[in-house]
Design a protein around this ligand. Sequence first.
Ligand SMILES: [Zn+2]
Length: 412
Amino acid sequence: MQDLTPTESLATGLTCIECGATYPLAYRLECDRCRGLLELHYDLDTLRRRGREAFQGPGLWRYTAVLPIARPEHRVTLGEGQTPLLECPGLAKFLGVKRLLIKFDGTNPTGTVKDRSSATAIAAALQFGFQAASVVSTGNAASSIAAYAARAGLRSLIFVYERASAPKMLHIGATATDLIIYKGVYDDLIGHWDRLAEEQLFFDCGASRNAYKQEGKKTLAYEIWEQNGFRVPDVVVAPVAVGEIFIAMARGFRELTRLGWIEKTPLMVAAQATRSNPVSRAFRDGGPLTPIKIGYTVAEGLATGDPGKKGEWVLRLLRQEGGLAADAEEEEILEAQKVLAKTEGIWAGPTGAAQLAVLGRLLAKKQVDPAQTICVIVSETGLKTEAEVPTRQGAAFDYNSLRALVLGRLAP
Ligand SMILES: [Zn+2]
């Protein structure tokens, strides 16, 4: 008996992660009783009966069954998801590991993993009847939300800090209805903006509370499982700024375990930049999460000194489920970016390459077993990064000098 079509969402409600209170599927950012964060729940029994054939079609909406958007007309898309899971033998050899997989999410429509959460965020904004969406961002989320809002015909109020890279600014300027530049870092504005979100002046496309937005990033877990022959890697290294990707992926792997489709979840590694490392620091010290004042980091997307309740959630997952957290210095991140480009031809921005730098550190400290299958989430393209051009000093050639140069370069 077929009780549901393959394109039907199996979301059943929201549950508070602190007190367990349950709510129907409505626009709600936190628990009424205890102000705890909420997570989505699904009818996994039905999904188990349907089998993995429930996942059909291309891109992110292939996983509609485990996403919270009921009506097909709300499922906005620019072709996000189904990004390549690349076997990287050259990089594996360089790092001295047996098998290395790169999940390259820089190939998403706006060049970032955030397109996954922008798709579900803007879809949810449509689902709950909002006319405007807003986000405070260091750049990537800003251009992504602006693009998806434009696609859906919504107003977009996009708040970007002064130091966002020029390519990102150009992109946001082109897609947003309203680009507002603010002084300072993310942490300076987010408290005020959160209060406006509570007044429901716009749909909250921020990373700190919206369960519907975060859910799009869960598809990373399902994709990796499918692309790796319905198995999960032993280790997954994921970026942590506020913590959406980490929390969403951990949830995805947990759902796959509950479905009985994998035996155990991968070891999850939370990767941060040393200049914005509150989660990694708390994990190392064994204490509670303490916000830190941060300066500039090349890994712009990781620049969060106060990840709030989501940061605490990441820490809880790390401690309960036996994960790891670590951070990498600026020069290590830039070196990882170069190595990734030279060994595998993958051009990632520093935010995308930071996870590789963190893996390098953990391997050096023997905290990760090099004989295992390791998957690194490379979360952004390098094509939107601002950098100095190496040189603009050109040479003039005739046939003979050109031939001599080519022969010289190709000489063994
Ligand atoms: Zn609660």
